[in-house]
Write a protein that binds this ligand. Structure first.
Ligand SMILES: [Zn+2]
Length: 167
């Protein structure tokens, strides 16, 4: 940042140089002129450095701002996608999210509640089990599994001695 103090200092030094060059014949004054020139050059370098730092800082801020804008845009898109679903009780006590799209072409479907909470859409795929129940699994592989329907009674388990080796 260029401070007015620094600019003022440079101005004062320049004034001093101009004043001193008028009587530069004197070697003592010559030394003062050299010192003043050195001071002016140092101040100018410092100002250039400040300007560079300022430009660099501005560049970083712009990059950061652009990154935040992209992030915000992503979040808006994500929000818009999630808004296309609402909580649905598929069975008493079991909730998933159901698509609520008004477009006739879109297929009604359910998404994983676990993934929905973290902002992504994992479509629930169903599998019919031998028990008669339906298994709902998240397509994103988050581990969400839900069993719906009533299990048919399983055939009685054979006594364990059936499998025992006959010596
Ligand atoms: Zn999931």
């Amino acid at each position: 940042m260029i401070s007015s103090l620094t600019v003022g200092g440079v101005y004062e030094s320049l004034k001093a140089v101009i004043g001193l060059t008028k009587v530069a014949a004197d070697s003592a004054v010559d030394q003062k002129v050299k010192a003043a020139i050195f001071e002016v050059q140092s101040a100018l370098y410092s100002l250039q450095g400040d300007a560079l730092q300022e430009r660099e800082a501005r560049g970083k801020l712009i990059a950061e701002l652009e990154r935040m804008q992209r992030e915000l845009e992503d979040l808006k898109n994500q929000r818009a996608k999630l808004d296309g679903y609402e909580l649905y009780e598929i069975e008493p006590g079991h909730f998933v999210y159901e698509s609520i799209s008004q477009e006739p072409s879109s297929l009604n479907h359910y998404v994983c509640p676990k993934c929905y909470q973290s902002g992504t859409l994992g479509i629930l795929q169903t599998t019919k089990l031998k028990t008669g129940q339906t298994s709902w699994n998240c397509s994103l592989g988050c581990g969400f599994v839900l069993l719906t329907g009533v299990a048919r009674p399983m055939p009685p388990i054979r006594p364990s001695s059936y499998n025992a080796r006959q010596w």
